[in-house]
Design a protein around this ligand. Structure first.
Ligand code: UDP
Ligand code: MN
Length: 342
């Protein structure tokens, strides 16, 4: 190689090294900037006070800690179990309601869904929905006697709904069933709290963490019920339970509160084996019927920021109109949902 060639090669090598250094520098800086952005995004996420984001974050942390050999699940399973009791019955919107509900319940740690079908036997629709939900669950059924069933033309308040189904759930809750699901205290009793979660209400997942450590009976406001924007217990100024309720509908009731507005410690229910719902009470008295057997106004545990926050709404779903479906039937055409579960 002559001198000229040598100079060219070394020039080329210096050039390549120079470009390499530039590329490395750019990569390092851009990478640094990138991780800065990621860090910012994570910080922002933490700032957003959203429980589902928090749960997702904690799940990721749990996975990480498990990888490192920690066993946090031991602690997680010692949380009291929330037993959500849902009566449900077959109608066009049933699967939509149950899908909405179970996908909310999936975001709640240590929750057991006690679903009670108003049917002579468990239906495949509910059975398959439960199986595919991934939720811990118990599937019960109890058929409302025809005399107690609402007729098509009846107003919805003419008959109490879900009475037999909730009582069936109460029986299960007092059996050995919960022992297989919940952590057990030193007396051999299951640790949990019971909540009556109708299939058509709307629930914030914050509600469930409010109720988890209820000692006896906990209460909170319910939105869109009793003809008011919000029905709520009014806490005593001396810190002892509830002084009164703001209800407009039948305020003379012992507990003028909706089914969605309270949760009961499982031990309280197991210590009062006869406490249950009854068909033979006036409309609007189901909640009072149960609660007066278990507690007093002064003993109620006031939750949801002293009953100033709404985490559950008594929404009701419009009955879907089936005009075309009925016309098709009259014309002898097959239903739109033939072989399709809706
Ligand atoms: N429900 C039932 N059988 C019926 C009517 C209602 O099991 O014949 C269930 C329903 O799915 C819901 C609960 O009982 O979970 C309360 O019923 P609904 O929402 O109609 O009562 P409302 O909101 O009018 O008090
Ligand atoms: Mn309802």
């Amino acid at each position: 190689m002559n001198r000229k060639m040598k100079r060219r090669v070394s020039g080329l090598l210096i050039g390549i090294a120079f470009i390499g250094i530039i590329v490395l520098l750019v990569m390092t800086f851009s990478d640094g900037r990138h991780s800065e952005y990621v860090a910012k995004a994570i910080t922002l996420k933490h700032d957003v006070d959203e429980p589902h984001a928090e749960i997702a974050r904690l799940k990721r942390q749990l996975a990480l800690l498990k990888k490192k050999g920690c066993n946090l699940e031991e602690d997680l399973i010692s949380l009291p179990v929330i037993f959500a009791v849902t009566p449900t019955y077959a109608r066009p919107e049933q699967k939509a309601e149950l899908t909405r509900l179970y996908q909310t319940l999936l975001l709640v740690p240590n929750l057991h869904w006690v679903i009670v079908e108003d049917a002579e036997a468990p239906t495949p629709l509910v059975k398959n929905l439960l199986a595919s939900s991934g939720l811990s669950h118990t599937h019960l059924h109890a058929h409302t006697p025809p005399a107690q069933k609402l007729k098509a033309k009846d107003p919805h308040w003419a008959k109490p709904r879900g009475v037999l189904q909730r009582n069936t759930a109460l029986e299960w809750l007092r059996s050995d069933g919960p022992l297989k699901v919940a952590p057990i205290n030193p007396d051999g009793e299951p640790l949990g709290v019971v909540y009556f979660a109708d299939d058509d209400n709307s629930y914030s997942i914050r509600l469930f963490e409010e109720m988890r450590y209820v000692q006896n009976v906990g209460v909170w406001p319910v939105g869109l019920v009793g003809g008011l924007m919000v029905e709520r217990p009014l806490p005593s100024s001396d810190g002892r339970g509830v002084a009164s309720f703001n209800a407009g509908y039948k305020p003379e009731r012992p507990f003028p509160i909706d089914m969605a507005g309270f949760a009961i410690n499982l031990a309280t229910l197991r210590n009062h084996p006869d406490a249950k719902f009854l068909y033979e009470v006036q409309p609007g008295y189901q909640e009072s019927q149960l609660l007066k057997q278990l507690t007093t106004k002064q003993e109620l545990e006031v939750l949801a920021d002293n009953c100033t926050k709404v985490y559950v709404w008594h929404t009701r779903t419009d009955k879907p109109k089936m005009r075309e479906e009925l016309q098709w039937k009259a014309q002898g055409r097959p239903p739109s949902n033939q072989d399709i579960e809706v």
